[in-house]
Design a protein around this ligand. Structure first.
Ligand SMILES: [Zn+2]
Length: 299
């Protein structure tokens, strides 16, 4: 089972007790998988559990429980009673009538109903990637106006979705981990949210560890390359004019640097008698390098 189908299964199990929320959810189904010809209301989906949910909502709202059946080789639920179908269109779509492109503002005026609508829309046309792979949640819409209205509904929860066109569809999508968590929360996918958060924590911990390791390696390289440069300068002095050319304090510094080429400045300072701070060590090593450079320049 994919993460996406787990989310849908969980959302299908959420039962809104309030009539307004049932209407809001059915409104999403009318918009996204419904077809109304003026007398019969048909919902098409390959997802049997979704059709069962629709049949249940229809029975709760108008007292008729339609069966799941095949029509033109497609699974569907049909409300053939003209009065019942008209009533369902009226409550979900409002006075302006059936319009698959628009979200009836009356059906989603309360926050609970906005959430129910988004839950319905996700079950119908949504998908979310496995968080271990990537952060991506989307709703596919065949119509731009519906995509824009959906984006607006999502924005009312402070979530910034984007719209992109893909194969004649308008995809409303969210790419940011934190916002996907918010979206799962808005839709009441609490189990999926916990699973998502766990995977996200593990993933981010792993990324942070990699970052720390890379950073320490970079620092180590810096220490080593400075040490190598200093050791080269000291060896140049020793091989040309001899270390006795240096003052006693610089000679001591030079010997310790040669002995410990990969120690940091602080660690080198601790080897000196008396011990010395980082800046003092840096000053002495810089002097040694300057002397080596002067000797090289003399030639
Ligand atoms: Zn409600």
């Amino acid at each position: 089972m994919s993460f996406s189908s787990n989310v849908k299964d969980e959302l299908l199990k959420v039962n809104d007790s309030a009539r307004h929320c049932k209407i809001a959810m059915l409104a999403a189904f009318v918009n996204l998988c419904g077809y109304y010809d003026g007398s019969v209301l048909t919902f098409f989906s390959e997802h049997r559990a979704l059709l069962e949910k629709i049949s249940m909502l229809v029975s709760e709202l108008v007292g008729i429980r339609p069966d799941i059946r095949m029509l033109d080789n497609r699974l569907c639920v049909r409300v053939e009673d003209k009065t019942a179908a008209g009533k369902l269109i009226n409550v979900t779509m409002g006075n302006s009538g059936y319009d698959a492109q628009a979200i009836n503002p009356l059906a989603v005026s309360a926050v609970c109903c906005k959430r129910a609508y988004l839950r319905g829309a996700f079950i119908c046309t949504g998908s979310v990637s496995d968080p271990e792979k990537q952060y991506h949640l989307e709703f596919s819409n065949s119509d731009y106006d519906h995509a824009a209205a959906l984006k607006g509904l999502i924005a009312s929860f402070g979530i910034d979705a984007k719209i992109i066109e893909r194969k004649n569809h308008y995809i409303v999508y969210i790419k940011e981990g934190e916002q996907i968590v918010d979206m799962l929360n808005v839709m009441s996918a609490h189990k999926a949210l916990l699973e998502f958060e766990n995977l996200r924590v593990v993933k981010e911990l792993r990324n942070n560890l990699n970052r720390i390791v890379n950073c320490e390696t970079a620092n180590l390289n810096k220490v080593v390359s400075a040490g190598v440069r200093q050791a080269e300068a000291i060896e140049y002095i020793r091989n040309t004019v001899g270390l006795s050319y240096l003052s006693p304090s610089l000679q001591e510094m030079a010997k310790i640097r040669l002995e410990y080429p990969d120690l940091s400045l602080k660690e080198l300072g601790e080897k000196l008698t008396p011990p010395m701070g980082k800046s003092g060590v840096n000053h002495r090593l810089k002097k040694i390098c300057d002397i080596a450079n002067d000797l090289k320049g003399d030639k």
